[in-house]
Design a protein around this ligand. Structure first.
Ligand SMILES: [Zn+2]
Length: 193
């Protein structure tokens, strides 16, 4: 008899453990869902702000003087896009992010590099003045510097790069399209220099 009750009790204990485990497993996703709902209920910023999606400069007469991929020195291609703008034109962060670099760097001259979500980075080169410090958090649209011609630049312009997973990509698809007749830089006219 003790043997029989013992063998009967064991499955019962196992069963209750099983039920408890199932309860925990059933509750966990609910807790997760609760958290998600709480986050979604907050006034969330548009996701577009955390990845490059704005104009770095806004000047009515600006020209895009060099596009991404243009041939430069042998075996070298243009890693960004150049906007010809007046000296001191404010340069804006194109996405929310953290300042990964702010300093002078060779041909780039005075350079600001921002790190964004989804392994994106943006770079703003040849600045006259840098207005942010490393590790500083910046919002899309915030002024990070003023356009200049520091480093290897023949004239005043902003050299703007978008990097994904450490590779330079064409910034043009990341520039918002202008609405017809709307003020602002819109789609810049292409110039040559
Ligand atoms: Zn350039």
């Amino acid at each position: 008899m003790p043997k029989a009750s013992g063998s009967r009790e064991r499955p019962a204990t196992l069963r209750s453990l099983h039920v408890m485990a199932l309860c925990v497993l059933a509750v966990l996703p609910l807790l997760g869902t609760g958290c998600k709902h709480a986050t979604a209920a907050r006034p969330a910023r548009p996701a577009a702000r955390s990845t490059p999606g704005a104009w770095p400069v806004s000047s009515p007469n600006m020209l895009t003087t060099s596009r991404f991929g243009e041939a430069r020195a042998p075996a070298r291609r243009h890693k960004g896009i150049d906007f010809s703008v007046p000296l001191g034109t404010p340069v804006h962060a194109t996405a929310d992010g953290v300042v990964a670099f702010s300093g002078a760097q060779g041909a780039y001259g005075e350079l600001v590099v921002l790190r964004h979500a989804s392994d994106y980075e943006t770079a703003y080169a040849h600045l006259q003045k840098r207005l942010v410090r490393e590790t500083q958090y910046v919002r899309q649209g915030e002024v990070v510097g003023k356009a200049g011609k520091s480093g290897n630049a023949t004239g005043v312009h902003l050299h703007y790069e978008v990097r994904r997973h450490g590779e330079c990509v064409n910034p043009e698809p990341y520039l918002p399209r202008r609405q017809a007749g709307a003020p602002g830089p819109g789609n810049p006219r292409m110039g040559s220099r």
